[in-house]
Each structure stands twice: as structure tokens, then as C-alpha cells.
Design a protein. Structure first.
Ligand code: ZN
Length: 507
């Protein structure tokens, strides 16, 4: 094979990514840099999302946005700044976010240069009367507006979503998983009663699960958070939780039934159908660019990123292989036809005609970027009327040019389904049920994964388990994830179990 030397070269280069088994955290950063998803920025704790990563986010946004609109939600946009007093109106909420907010106190700088040196400082005369908080989340400012817009039961439900950036002043940051500024969507809704708000929080949880599994190929368990882990100011918080390859859990999305807490704080009242006056019931829900971190840690391998086909910025890359100019003309001609046919069918496809790189180096680059399917076209392939299709998840087989578009679609579907199945199998292989306290502790400390066990509901047990194992209750799982028969005693204290819980160390 004429491409053998380049392939060897590619394997040597691939060693640049730290293997997962050696250092998962290093591997994670290497994959991001190699795939050019993001980069470190001059601002500590903030990252730059590069075009390949941003395209991925755009595709996620589009899929989610379509789902939100199909369920009756509309997009709106609220200010980045929130008056400081707003945050203080809901007691639990302010406590939850007080320690991680950025605050704007002044609006001007002034030159203080001495001896020709350029220097600037805050102009003390520009102090704001009321400081502004850079939104860590937008419940307060949105419900202040809801109070203005909602008068009657006819105005309900009010179903809004906002695509925005938020700022939470984190001390320990990791690209995509925890950054000071991140991108997300936050849904905010108002309802006439508890049941309608509950239905909404539950419906969005199901929507998030569908997105995680059908688009990201990332299996999740759903359930409700404990009192200790719920959102600051919520009545109940639901979450989707995924298990990463290092056996740590990732909270990938949350939905909250906020009850009437915020409605009371912001005086969001409406006239009921019966003529009385009542506070609305709110929900809020969000997923963020953290999902990209989840995608990387669910599917990536020691060669780099693996994008599930439905969200891959580039689904197919065509790499022609040539030695002579005559061959170049021949293979690039066929490559152009293949690209046109696939593009016309709606696939995201690129033809890599760069003269500056050998095929092996191109393979290495596109593998690192996670492209699910690579089509190689050499002179012998052209003569045989086929292309060689190499899957990012392994395996290589010829696809005849006749019927190529359909075969590529099938291959991408199989890759998508294979990624979900593999991730689900790995999660189940790293979950334990019905264990003793000793087994529970050993599992969490030594191996990691999802530990399903009985829970008495006591905050003390939760705190002790966290203290001794760093594990937290990820969710009290929904029925379909529960163990049968249900555990009868708390894995920690031996008292009667009130609910099964899933524990894990988490990001
Ligand atoms: Zn207990």
C-alpha cells in the first residue's frame, strides 16, 4: 500500500495525546487542543471557543431550539446586568450565588499616567448608585418582567427561553466543564398552578434526555435531586446525569419547579379564572456548553475527539490519495463528485485537497477533530469504482460509488447508534446495585461509577458519605432506573430506606 509510511507517521504523531489510562484530565485537555474546540484565554478561568467547537455548539443549539419551539416556547433576551437588590429578594437564591458573582460598581476609567507612562484607574466619581451583578442566572430579572406582563390566567402559561452567557466566579475551572463565563440556554416559565409547573419541569427533563441520547449519543439517568443538592430557591430540581469514562458523573442538565418562591419575591400575581388573585408557579431549566465537555468525555479515545454524526461539525471528510499529477487530477475529480453528491443530500462534508500534507497526516488531523467517517480515494479505488470508508470508531470497508449517498447515511446512522450502545454498556458495567456499606465505600473510592443504594433521606448520612467518599447523591432515580426489588435500608445508617439513590463522585 502506498500510504503505509504516512500511516506510521500518523501513529507516531498520535502519541501527543496523553492516553486516558495515564492521566484522564491531561487527556481531556489534549483532546480539546488537538481538535481545536477551544483554547485558553488571557482572562483566567475564561476560555475561547474556537470555530470547530462553536460549530458544534451551534448544531446543539439548533436541535434544542427546535425542540423548545415544538413544545410552545419562544425566545427572548434579558439584560446581562441585574440590580444587586434583585438578587437579595429570594433568600435561598442569594445565598446560593452570593459567593460567585462579578459586580459592576463603576462606569469610567481615567488616565493617571505619570512621566509619560500610560496608566489608567477606576474613576471614583463614577460609582454606581446601585451596583449591578453580572447575571449568574436570570430568574430575578426575568420574573421582575413577568410581574409586568402577567395579569390574568389568560396570560398563562408564559413559556420563554433565552440563549445567553452567564458569569459565575469559579475558583477552579476546566474548559467547557466549569468556566467563569459560559454559554447556555435558560428556560423560564410561569403557570397557573403547581401541577402545570410540575408537568413543564418534567416535560423538559424528558426533552433533555432525548437530546442527550438521540443527538449526543450520551445515555443519562433522570431523577430528582435531594434537598441538599437542589437549585437555590427551587421547590424541586430534576437532573439528567451521565457517567464519564473516568467513572465520574456529569450533571448535564437541570430543570426546576420553583414553586411560588420567586413569584412571591417579585410579586408576580395573576387573576384566576374564578376571579381571585394568586401567585404564579415558575419553572426554570438549562443546559450549557458543559455538554461539549460531556460529549468529549463520553466518546473520545486516545486518538482524540469523536463527534456523534448528528452533531459533528463535519460528518464526512474525503481524502484523495495520489502520487503523480495525473493521479491527482483523477482522484480529485472523483472526490469532487462525491462531495457534491453528499453535500446535495444534506451531509456536512469536506474534500481535503491540500498539497501540503500527506494522506496520513490528514487522517491524523481529521481523527483528532472527531470526523465520524473518512472516505479515501486512491487511483486503484477509482479503477474499482469504490471508495474506502474508514469509521472513526474503527473498521474500514469499501463503498461502491453507485449507491454511495445511501451507504454513507447508513454508516453514519450505525456510528451514531454504536456510540450510544457502547456508552450505555460502559455505564452499566460501571454501576453497582444492592451493596453493603463496605462494598459501597470500596466501589466509590477504588473504582468509581454509579452506586445505587437505599437512602434514609437524612442530610446527615448524605454529608457523612460525601465526607468519607467525596460522592454525592446524583439523583433519586426515576422508576425505570430503579433496582427491583427496592432496597429496604439506608446503605449508610441501616435505617429504613425512603428512596433509592444514585451516588457518584461528580464533576
Ligand atoms: Zn441513612
Amino acid at each position: 500500500m502506498e500510504i503505509e509510511p504516512e500511516l506510521n507517521g500518523s501513529m507516531a504523531q498520535a502519541q501527543k495525546i496523553t492516553p486516558r489510562a495515564k492521566d484522564f484530565s491531561e487527556w481531556y485537555n489534549d483532546v480539546i487542543m488537538q481538535a481545536e474546540l477551544a483554547d485558553y484565554s488571557p482572562v483566567r478561568g475564561c476560555m475561547v471557543i474556537r470555530p470547530h467547537g462553536y460549530r458544534l455548539w451551534e448544531l446543539m443549539q439548533r436541535a434544542l431550539d427546535d425542540m423548545f419551539k415544538a413544545t410552545g416556547h419562544q425566545n427572548a433576551y434579558f439584560p446581562l446586568f441585574i440590580p444587586q437588590s434583585f438578587l437579595a429578594k429570594e433568600a435561598e437564591h442569594v445565598e446560593g450565588f452570593a459567593k460567585e458573582v462579578a459586580i459592576v460598581t463603576h462606569t469610567r476609567l481615567r488616565a493617571t499616567g505619570k512621566d509619560g507612562a500610560a496608566a489608567i484607574a477606576v474613576d471614583p466619581s463614577s460609582a454606581l448608585e446601585e451596583p449591578l451583578v453580572v447575571r449568574p442566572t436570570s430568574e430575578t430579572i426575568i420574573y421582575a418582567m413577568f410581574a409586568k406582563w402577567i395579569q390574568s390566567y389568560r396570560d398563562l402559561p408564559l413559556l420563554l427561553n433565552q440563549w445567553a452567557n452567564v458569569v459565575r466566579w469559579e475558583l477552579r475551572t476546566r474548559m467547557f466543564l466549569r468556566t467563569t463565563e459560559f454559554l447556555w440556554q435558560e428556560g423560564h416559565t410561569a403557570h397557573a398552578d403547581h401541577d402545570d409547573a410540575e408537568r413543564e419541569a418534567r416535560m423538559i427533563l424528558g426533552l433533555y434526555r432525548r437530546f442527550a441520547e438521540e443527538w449526543m449519543a450520551m445515555p443519562v439517568i433522570t431523577g430528582v435531586k435531594t434537598e441538599g443538592e437542589k437549585f437555590a430557591g427551587a421547590l424541586r430540581t430534576y437532573a439528567i446525569e451521565a457517567l464519564m469514562q473516568d467513572n465520574k458523573a456529569l450533571q448535564a442538565g437541570t430543570t426546576h419547579n420553583l414553586g411560588q418562591n420567586f413569584a412571591k419575591a417579585f410579586d408576580v400575581k395573576y387573576q384566576t379564572a374564578a376571579g381571585g388573585l394568586d401567585y404564579v408557579w415558575n419553572t426554570s431549566w438549562g443546559v450549557s456548553t458543559r455538554l461539549i465537555g460531556g460529549l468529549i468525555m463520553t466518546h473520545g479515545d486516545d486518538n482524540g475527539f469523536i463527534a456523534p454524526p448528528r452533531l459533528a461539525p463535519l460528518q464526512v471528510v474525503i481524502v484523495p490519495i495520489w502520487k503523480t499529477d495525473e493521479e491527482r487530477g483523477q482522484v480529485s475529480g472523483v472526490g469532487g463528485q462525491v462531495k457534491a453528491a453528499l453535500g446535495k443530500a444534506g451531509f456536512r462534508v469536506e474534500l481535503d485537497l491540500r498539497d501540503s500534507l500527506k494522506p496520513g497526516a490528514k487522517y491524523y488531523e481529521w481523527e483528532g477533530k472527531g470526523v465520524p467517517l473518512r472516505l479515501e480515494i486512491g487511483p486503484r479505488d477509482v479503477a474499482a469504482g469504490h471508495v474506502m470508508a474508514a469509521r472513526r470508531t474503527g473498521g474500514k470497508a469499501p463503498i461502491t460509488l453507485d449507491g454511495l449517498v445511501e451507504a454513507v447515511g447508513t454508516a453514519l446512522d450505525e456510528i451514531q447508534a454504536g456510540l450510544l450502545a457502547a456508552a450505555r454498556q460502559r455505564r452499566e458495567a460501571n454501576s453497582i446495585r444492592s451493596v453493603t456499606k463496605d462494598q459501597f465505600v470500596a466501589f466509590i473510592r477504588e473504582k468509581g461509577g454509579f452506586a445505587y443504594a437505599g437512602f434514609c433521606g437524612s442530610g446527615d448520612c448524605e454529608a457523612q458519605i460525601k465526607e468519607e467518599t467525596s460522592a454525592t447523591v446524583r439523583v433519586l432515580p426515576d422508576p425505570e432506573f430503579r433496582t427491583a426489588p427496592a432496597p429496604t435500608t439506608c446503605v449508610w445508617c441501616g435505617q429504613p430506606s425512603v428512596a433509592e439513590a444514585v451516588w457518584a463522585q461528580a464533576y
